[in-house]
Design a protein around this ligand. Structure first.
Ligand SMILES: NC(=O)c1ccc[n+]([C@@H]2O[C@H](COP(=O)([O-])OP(=O)(O)OC[C@H]3O[C@@H](n4cnc5c(N)ncnc54)[C@H](OP(=O)(O)O)[C@@H]3O)[C@@H](O)[C@H]2O)c1
Length: 278
């Protein structure tokens, strides 16, 4: 049984999950979901914008995975934000995922025009138990503060880009203070960080892969992680990180690699100009 993190609303969430961004055909999804479930993954992370909710729902069926054994996350796309649109789009997501509830629903990116209306719909979905936990994604501290000024329920998760080249320690400290769990997207840095010489050296010393060192670094900082892989071998490799430890010097040496390097959009740009995710 892989570890779970307690959420501020009383629920809990697996610390490790499978991200399924860019998995777009049924056979690949079936194979990835099967490998992940057999390895012990219980969280699957999709989004309306990925256009693969339907094949994820079907893959869970094809692999005969009981709904109550897994934790399902999806995210409301910018185009579906607003009170009525959010409710309507979540009904459609549930249908595509072949389920009647979500474990976690996230606002994919903050956008200024629908900022509070979308969250009111999230609070309603939670009160109706259609969604067990509600959270956000790509929120800066300013967005979290602004949301708190009118929200009845606070987000329990903020899913943000996080890897050794973008460690975002000040935001992580704020999350801890606010009892918000940080879930790292792009935890491996989409390839770039996998070439890093400092991490490569640490990997050689532990006889682990660079990916395993990076994921272990996230775990030891208390983050939740959702590495994406379509390969059964790498899916297993990314979960074999619970039987070794990085020492304090290794943790510090990786933390020093931070260079504020994003692979995705800056959330403030999305907030202001409502640039669509791609
Ligand atoms: N909230 C948001 O705005 C947002 C944005 C982007 C992503 N996400 C979520 O976060 C998940 C993960 O992020 P991501 O997909 O951007 O990046 P990632 O998980 O850091 O990296 C995925 C890439 O690394 C490769 N890879 C995986 N394991 C590896 C290993 N052990 N060794 C070498 N290469 C490996 C994968 O290739 P193979 O598949 O070929 O193994 C893929 O090309 C997504 O799937 C999605 O669910 C959320």
């Amino acid at each position: 049984m892989l570890p779970k993190l307690p959420l501020a609303d009383g629920n809990s969430m697996p610390q490790l999950g499978l991200g399924v961004y860019q998995i777009t055909d049924q056979a690949t999804m079936d194979q990835a979901v099967k490998a992940a479930y057999q390895t012990g993954y219980r969280l699957f992370d999709t989004a309306q914008a990925y256009q693969n909710e339907a094949i994820l729902g079907q893959a869970l069926k094809n692999n005969a995975i009981p709904r109550n054994q897994i934790f399902l996350t999806t995210k409301v796309a910018e185009v579906n934000q607003g009170y009525r649109n959010t409710l309507k789009s979540v009904t459609a997501s549930l249908k595509r995922l072949q389920t009647d509830y979500l474990d976690l629903l996230l606002v994919h990116w903050p956008i200024h025009s629908q900022f509070f209306a979308t969250w009111r719909a999230f609070e309603r979905l939670k009160s109706e138990k259609i969604v067990r936990s509600i959270g956000v994604s790509n929120y800066h501290q300013t967005h979290l503060d602004y949301l708190a000024s009118q929200a009845n329920e606070q987000p329990v998760v903020n899913q943000i880009e996080n890897h050794p080249y973008l460690s975002q320690e000040p935001l992580l400290a704020y999350h801890r203070q606010q009892q918000i769990i940080t879930q790292a997207w792009n935890p491996l840095g989409r390839g770039v960080v996998l070439q890093d010489p400092v991490i490569t050296k640490i990997a050689q010393q532990h006889q682990r892969s660079v990916a395993q060192i990076i994921l272990r670094w996230h775990l030891q900082r208390g983050l939740a992680i959702i590495p994406k892989s379509k390969s059964p071998q790498r899916i297993a490799e990314n979960a074999a990180i619970f039987d070794f430890e990085l020492n304090a010097d290794e943790m510090t040496n990786i933390a020093r690699l931070n260079q504020q390097q994003r692979t995705g959009n800056d959330p403030e740009v999305v907030y202001q100009i409502e640039h669509q995710y791609h």
